[in-house]
Write a protein that binds this ligand. Structure first.
Ligand code: NDP
Ligand code: 8X3
Length: 255
């Protein structure tokens, strides 16, 4: 059955890979993000392949903008079947006692409050229709802290708690809730974390074959299309030579 899929942060990395995978699957896609130009380019790309696409440019931290964006959804786009809460970021890698206040606020406002806003706006309709699926993009970082990552890890631990809590709150409906927890995925993530220091960002993936956005999108697509009685509650996805947030064996020979 064709679904309407809303993806936050669909302009890059995991979100963009999800947009392409769900589009290939024949679904209708609502792509959202802050970068209007990128959204337009991606809309063009997906439409050229025959996908029905709607773009909404807003910042998930701006609650009023999110509310207005949802209020503008044309009738035929209002019944969102799958919400992929993906927009998120890490900023900085300083010890907790030396971190940057603004970076902390941006991570907390995006990864926790933005995800909550979208959940609050979309899930009531799912509950009313007794149908839907929320896929939150958490992280291995939510399972265990690592050096310099405390605040980012805390936001992803919050995503775990919010996902588990939502699953409890909708357990008497047909709505399903999934926490995808990737490890090292090569996207724009590290460029953003290091404020555009591309050399430092490249080192994160040195000597190891990282996951790709596609690897994560495959799992999202599987979860969304599992039989109705199957709820993929949580999936931890790691590169073969990553064993935990901080244990990565580099210089291995994964083909
Ligand atoms: P990218 O930087 O490639 O993509 C992040 C996306 O989020 C972009 O589309 C970005 O758009 C969007 N975004 C960021 N802030 C906001 C905002 N305030 N409002 C709306 N959109 C926003 O990184 P990834 O694809 O790697 O990250 C996606 C998710 O995956 C994040 O939640 C991240 O924490 C998580 N994750 C990533 C891992 C990795 O190793 N890469 C591993 C585990 C989890 P733009 O900035 O253009 O607006
Ligand atoms: C992103 C994975 O380990 O770089 O969530 O924090 S990690």
């Amino acid at each position: 059955m064709q679904k309407t899929v809303l993806i936050t942060g669909a302009t890059s990395g995991i979100g963009l890979a999800c947009a392409r995978k769900f589009a290939k699957n024949g679904d209708k896609i609502i792509i959202t993000g802050r970068n209007r130009k990128r959204l337009d380019e991606i809309e063009k790309e997906l439409k050229a392949e025959g996908t029905e696409v709607l773009t909404l440019a807003f910042d998930v931290r701006d609650r009023e903008a999110a509310v207005s964006a949802m209020a503008t959804l044309p009738k035929e786009w209002q019944e969102v079947d799958v919400l992929v809460n993906n927009a998120g970021l890490a900023l900085g890698l300083e010890p907790e006692f030396e971190g940057n206040y603004e970076d902390w606020e941006t991570m907390i406002d995006t990864n926790i409050k933005g995800l909550l806003t979208m959940t609050r706006l979309i899930v009531p309709g799912m509950v009313e229709r007794n149908r839907g699926h929320v896929i939150n993009v958490g992280s291995v970082a939510g399972d265990a802290a690592y050096a310099g990552g405390a605040v980012y890890c805390a936001t992803k631990a919050a995503v775990k708690a919010l996902t588990d809590g939502l699953r409890i709150d909708v357990a008497d409906t047909e709505v399903r809730v999934t926490n995808l927890k990737p490890g090292l995925v090569e996207t724009n993530f590290s460029n953003v974390r290091f404020h555009g220091d591309t050399e430092r960002a490249a080192k994160v993936y040195e000597g190891v074959k990282p996951l790709t956005g596609d690897d994560i999108a495959d799992v999202a697509l599987y979860a969304a299309n599992a039989p109705a009685h199957v709820q993929i509650a949580e999936v931890l996805i790691l590169a073969t030579h990553q064993a935990s947030p901080s244990l990565i064996k580099r210089k291995m020979l994964t083909p």
